[in-house]
Design a binder for this molecule. Structure first.
Ligand code: VG1
Ligand code: CO
Length: 541
């Protein structure tokens, strides 16, 4: 066992979801070691503890796992549960932490960020409840990273992680586990697998794009292996260290081949995709794109059709920028609706306290109290369960939903990799004008209220402020602006647009057309195109 002297490294501050940096930064001598030791120190050490460990398989995953195992052993951990070949999707890691009651875990992923030596890498700590560390813990980790003087590591050979078994790394036992088993067991309990099996047996066709990321093995085992979907259902199923050079973010832009297929003449009945670490999902029907905000609302309205939710929902939580469609369902069901800041860590307390059953974010994240992460394949299975039980197409289900509740037209416009100073100044200037905007009219819309979102956690009483600028318009519309907290270069400005419509004759408009007045109002208020030097957004979800 070796104690290595080190110095604090700048910028090891976790963002929306753990620490994300360019892979080359993470590979600099001592960078990973400093951050890992800071995590161990911030949680009161590892003496006698058991950790769950796995990642999305991206470049540097294998190397980093070996380093973390040696550090965990040298810090006194008793046991580590590691996914075979170092693989665990984010929701599966959460499931393992909970099922095996480990003292939390480390997840290696930069999620939807591109991978490879020139891409990004990430690491986050999840608490024993299974969810991402709350702000108090991430702040403690950051504090330790600024005071660190030494780290502990074992001088030992790397372990072979390719077969499931128990081995020793020094004094620590390493249990190499199948990455799918615990997760698949959980899915079987939640959903009507017989109904879904019958659906596929009846010729229902589906395409699942794993985007060369971590969900491939899970989707293969569950959809094709267990539910009987034909073998060609899961595409891009082999996880690759560079995700095949792609950008594994399941949205109409980065999952364009699947999107185009679903909008074309040869579309199967159902299409889905997930992201780098398997916690996001995109849902498509033949000729139909389901926005993540609508998906949360539809899942909530129909959840009782799945055995795991037959008793009903306790509440629904959504991140603030997510559309209000889910709130309408909560109101009709007579259950509470919660609005949290962006990032799954804010749902943990509500789920632990039994206040919410379903949660969702507009960024293609949906999940429930079965784990403490968003869960891409879970959302796909719940949709399949609902389709099987309702016997309707995705478009029919959407139409029925909008007829009942009205439609929250929704889109997010991302301006990626823009100049950081320009983006920060734009947000700061708008923040300074928030009090003067109400009553003024822009592009035909009148600002009714404007604020900077602040959240008071109803469970632990903590406050998180500065979580996004909200512009409410009198015409039942809303815009939100915030800067991304997951990028590694420059800045990404996210502009979230929504408008409610319940005129039965106006429920089938093109979303961008329906939102054009809101887009125009935001442009008139902020002048963002010229300030950022862009003609338009890089991504519209
Ligand atoms: C984005 C999304 C947010 C999500 C986060 C992590 O954060 O907006 O909703 O929770 O990514 O998702 P930001 O700060 O870039 O807007 V994942 O799938 O990258 O772990
Ligand atoms: Co993700």
């Amino acid at each position: 066992m070796k104690t290595v002297a080190t110095k604090p490294i700048e910028g090891q501050k976790p963002g929306t979801s753990g620490l994300r940096k360019q892979t080359r930064v993470f590979m600099e001598p001592g960078y990973l070691e400093n951050f890992v030791q800071s995590i161990f120190d911030a949680i009161g050490g590892l003496q006698g503890k058991t950790l769950t460990l796995g990642g999305d398989g991206r470049y540097f995953n294998k190397r980093a796992i070996q380093i973390i195992l040696k550090m965990a052993a040298a810090n006194g951990a008793a046991r580590a549960l590691v996914g075979q070949n170092g693989i665990l999707s984010t929701p599966a890691a959460s499931a393992v932490i909970r099922a095996r009651k480990t003292d939390g875990g480390l997840i290696l992923s930069a999620s939807h960020n591109p991978a490879g030596e020139d891409g990004d890498f990430g690491l986050k700590y999840n608490i024993p409840a299974g969810g991402p560390a709350p702000e108090a813990v991430t702040e403690a980790i950051y504090r330790h990273s600024r005071e660190i003087r030494e780290y502990h590591i074992l001088e030992a050979a790397d372990l072979d992680l390719s077969t499931c078994r128990e081995v020793q790394q020094g004094p620590m036992t390493v249990e190499i586990i199948d990455p799918v088993t615990i997760y698949a067991d959980l899915m079987r309990k939640l959903f009507d697998f017989d109904a879904i099996r019958a659906l596929f047996a009846g010729g229902f066709s589906m395409r699942f794009d794993a985007m060369h990321a971590v969900t491939g093995p899970y989707a293969r085992a569950i959809l094709e292996g267990e539910l009987g979907a034909p073998e060609s259902t899961v595409i891009n199923a082999a996880p690759l260290p560079d995700f095949g050079g792609g950008h594994p973010d399941p949205n109409p832009v980065y999952a364009k081949p699947l999107f185009d297929l679903m909008m074309g003449p040869d579309a199967p009945d159902f299409g889905a995709a997930s992201d780098g670490d398997g916690d996001r999902n995109m849902i498509l029907g033949r000729g139909a794109y389901v926005t993540p905000s609508d998906s949360l609302a539809v899942l909530a309205a129909n959840a009782r059709l799945a055995p795991g939710y037959a008793a009903g929902l306790k509440g629904i939580a959504r991140s603030m920028p997510t559309s209000r469609a889910a709130d309408r369902v909560a109101a009709k069901l007579g259950i509470p609706a919660f609005e949290t800041p962006t990032g799954w860590k804010f749902f943990g307390n509500l789920l632990d306290a039994g206040k919410a059953t379903l949660c969702g974010e507009e960024s293609a994240g949906t999940g429930s109290d079965h784990v403490r992460e968003k869960d891409g394949l879970w959302a796909v299975l719940l949709w399949l369960n609902i389709i099987a039980r309702r016997g309707e197409s995705v478009q029919e289900i959407l139409n029925a939903h909008w007829a009942d509740y009205g439609r929250d037209y929704y889109s997010r416009h991302d301006y990626e990799g823009v100049d950081k100073a320009a983006a920060e100044a734009l947000v700061a200037d708008l923040r300074a004008r928030l009090t003067e905007l109400p009553g003024q009219t822009f592009a035909g819309l009148t600002v009714a209220a404007a604020d900077d979102f602040s959240y008071n956690d109803p469970v632990d009483g903590s406050t998180s402020s500065g979580q996004g600028l909200r512009l409410f318009f009198a015409e039942n519309a809303r815009a939100v602006l915030r800067l991304s907290g997951t990028g590694t270069v420059g800045a990404t400005l996210r502009v979230y647009l929504e408008r409610f419509e319940d005129d039965p004759g106006k429920l089938a408009l093109d979303a961008q057309d329906a939102l054009a007045p809101v887009t125009a109002a935001v442009e008139e208020i902020t002048g963002l195109k010229s300030r950022l030097g862009r003609d338009g957004p890089d991504v519209r979800t």
